[in-house]
Design a protein around this ligand. Structure first.
Ligand code: TXA
Ligand code: MG
Length: 326
């Protein structure tokens, strides 16, 4: 990853305009919410989202929360059932993330969703976050703004301690209020399920829902391994058998290439990045897997992807796609 100078921006008109400009240009801007600081990038731009994983040094692709300024904007990005609507009405803006099926035509990038056909949506309750989201004019993907494995940051100094030189800017609005992350509730088939406890209590959810939310069998592991096969009913895995580090292509297989040199093959082929660029490869990963799967191949031969930088996360996700599943 390229090192860059990280600006500390004041949350005034000039700072917000600069932060919005950086986000629209595909940059990385850490921003305050009422829970913790988030590391923001344009959620509709896979290359920008790849930068988040790169800056955090995250060894795998977790789905990211898409932050928007208003409830109306969130409602347009997902499909809300009655429970999701009630929770949105009661707790937005606020420390609640709703995981709902993706709306048709929703512009959230595949990488921000880690290939899932669901999306985590949140309307933060913080004036600076609100102003930034208005300035950016698009959904902003944002995990907590810490290096992978570190605790979530609750002020701009924590953010810089982890990410100085790795992101474009941090909007400094002082310490956050809640200090723990948002509560995550999935509203998919089968009723609302609490995936992560957080700023909105289980009792408060129960009051709005009229009954306690369900608990995911492995909810304790939701943060660590949301993509483990079986963890979520909606997890994305190709139907085709995925074969890693392939140096040749077998009959019936499609080819998922990386780099300029490709083995001979006359079936379906897509290249993660002909230039060998790992950020481009990350942005293309889920879409290409999906497209090759749809092409009807029995298997997908994946050329070697390097281990360094984003390559670790790409390889992790490919290994999960290749693993036996239930
Ligand atoms: O308070 C918060 O939620 C903070 C602020 C910045 O908004 N964000 C945050 O993001 O804690 P992160 O990435 O550290 O945790 C988000 C969690 C991840 O564990 C991810 O697996 C889950 O949300 N998540 C997001 N979208 C999901 C989806 N479509 N399905 C299942 N889980 C999802
Ligand atoms: Mg986190």
């Amino acid at each position: 990853m390229t090192s860059r100078q990280t600006l500390r921006l004041a949350p005034d008109a000039a700072g917000l305009a600069e932060a919005g400009r950086l986000l629209r240009a595909g940059g990385l801007v850490a921003f305050p919410t009422e829970t913790v600081y988030g590391l923001g990038a344009d959620a509709t731009d896979g290359r920008a989202v790849a930068g988040i994983y790169e800056a955090k040094g995250r060894p795998s692709f977790n789905p990211l929360i898409a932050h928007v300024a208003t409830r109306e904007a969130a409602l347009a990005l997902g499909r809300f059932d009655a429970a999701a609507e009630a929770l949105a009405e009661a707790f937005w803006p606020g420390p609640l993330t709703l995981v709902v099926p993706l709306a048709a035509g929703s512009p959230i990038s595949e990488l921000a969703r880690a290939g899932l056909d669901t999306v985590g949506l949140r309307v933060p309750d913080h004036p600076v976050a609100h102003a930034l989201l208005e300035a950016a004019g698009r959904p902003i993907a944002g995990p907590s703004a810490n290096r992978s494995g570190h605790v979530s940051p609750t002020d701009a100094d924590h953010v810089l301690a982890d990410l100085d030189g790795r992101i474009d800017a941090v909007l400094d609005a002082g310490p956050t209020l809640v200090g723990v992350e948002s509560t995550i509730v999935a509203c998919l088939d089968g009723g609302p399920v609490l995936l992560r406890p957080g700023g909105v209590s289980r009792a408060a959810l129960a009051k709005v829902l009229g009954r306690p939310p369900g608990t995911a069998a492995k909810a304790a592991r939701a943060e660590a391994a949301p993509l483990a096969p079986g963890m979520l009913a909606s997890h994305y895995a190709p139907r085709a058998h995925v074969r890693l580090d392939a140096v040749s292509v077998a009959p019936g297989e499609a080819l998922l290439a990386f780099g300029a040199a490709m083995p001979p093959h006359d079936g379906p082929v897509l290249n993660l990045s002909a230039a060998g660029d790992l950020a481009e490869a990350a942005a293309n990963l889920f879409g290409h897997l999906r497209a090759l799967d749809a092409a009807g191949a029995t298997g997908i031969a994946v050329m070697p992807v390097p281990h360094d930088g984003l390559g670790e996360a790409i390889r992790d996700r490919l290994a999960r796609a290749a693993a036996p599943r239930d």
